[in-house]
Design a protein around this ligand. Structure first.
Ligand code: SF4
Length: 365
């Protein structure tokens, strides 16, 4: 029996045609044979959930578009059991591996949101990131998506690239917003351990310059009609990512595939990251069983990422206590910095302080 509450399904496709030097995600170089085995294994997992209701599905990676046509069709077919008229069905793609045939296939199998990893159109920065999407290529893909009825399109923009200047960022913002898209996700480049950049000792942009870039992004996108609804995410009205909102609202989601995370029945988990183990059905989960206090902590951390922040009524419904009273001391301590805004229903971080959310959270916990 299906029960209808907001719950997401995330499917991780770890394969990539090339490895980006900044990448800290779980990825494996594309291989047709491994991909066939992986899709078969995923289908076994998907089958186990066929009686569940999902309000959203998100196929992410890695690079889901690196699957070949046949593999992609196999995967999409296996997910049709979850389709209903209100579902948000997202698919991440790299422009190099998203062609017209795949777009037709995605539309045929009810995918209604596409997220494309562009990062930047600035040639010197593309060289650093080893990402080479051209403006005309992206424009063409967007036109094809529209032609097949997929209008909910996100582009990923990277900023904070050491050596980048504000003019380059503004050029990117001009180009991104000239395209017919509904959503932009902005990521500040971070040099994580085990990445090529880390081994090359590439430095991150200094915090002040990165904060200036962030401010430019916020101001520019607002002028272009994008709503800044989450720290890193901007959307035209009504096009906020339903799947990602589920994470920030601390709702449940199932994670399938290697390295994917899930949250069900008060347990947060991360799946096995070894492909060999996964293919041999030996997948193990790392689990964190949450106490009610842990759940409350996650709720606050995640909701403060949102422009709307924490809703007092919702907090009370979930935790049976008053938010302002419970966190009175912390809020008082934060008042002198002017980081927060409190109105009748909500407490939220002011936009200009989003960039230092982690520091603000230290006051709460
Ligand atoms: S950034 Fe994306 S495309 Fe590049 S290696 Fe990582 S997962 Fe693959």
């Amino acid at each position: 029996m299906r029960t209808k509450k907001n719950k997401g399904l995330y499917i991780h496709i770890p394969f990539c045609d090339e490895i980006c030097p900044y990448c800290g995600f779980s990825h494996i170089l594309s291989s047709c044979n491994k991909q066939n085995l992986y899709i078969n294994r995923l289908k076994e997992d998907i089958l186990k959930y066929q009686n569940q209701f999902f309000s959203s599905i998100y196929i992410g990676g890695g690079t889901p578009s690196s699957l070949n046509y046949k593999q992609l069709e196999e995967l999409l077919k296996s997910l049709q059991v979850f389709i209903h008229k209100n579902i948000s069905f997202s698919f991440e793609a790299n422009p190099q591996s998203l062609d017209l045939e795949k777009i037709k296939l995605l539309a045929k199998y009810n995918v209604n949101r596409i997220s494309i990893g562009v990062q930047t159109f600035q040639k010197p920065l593309q060289k650093k990131l080893m990402r080479f999407a051209t403006y005309s290529q992206i424009k063409n893909i967007i036109e094809q998506l529209h032609q097949f009825g997929i209008n909910d399109i996100n582009l990923d923009l990277m900023y904070g690239i050491n050596g980048e200047n504000l003019t380059q960022l503004e050029n990117d913002l001009k180009l991104f917003t000239s395209l017919d898209i509904k959503h932009i996700s902005c990521y500040c480049l971070q040099v994580e351990e085990h990445t090529i950049f880390y081994n090359q000792k590439i430095e991150e942009m200094n915090q002040d310059d990165a904060a200036d870039e962030y401010q430019l992004i916020c101001e520019y996108l607002k002028k272009k009609g994008f709503i800044h609804y989450e720290i890193s995410n901007f959307a035209k009205k009504g096009y906020e990512s339903k799947h990602n909102l589920l994470y920030w609202h601390n709702d449940e989601y199932v994670g399938l595939g290697i390295s994917s995370a899930g949250y069900e029945n008060n347990i947060r988990y991360v799946n096995e990251n070894s492909l060999t183990h996964y293919l041999n059905s030996e997948s193990k989960k790392e689990e964190e069983i949450l106490s009610i206090l842990d759940i409350e902590k996650y709720y606050i951390i995640l909701n403060l990422r949102l422009a709307k922040g924490i809703n007092f009524l919702d907090f009370k419904k979930k935790f049976h206590k008053d938010f302002l009273k419970t966190y009175e001391k912390q809020i008082e301590a934060l008042k002198k910095y002017d980081y927060l805004k409190i109105n009748k229903n909500n407490l939220y971080v002011k936009e200009k302080y989003f960039f230092i959310l982690n520091t603000i959270l230290l006051y709460f916990f």
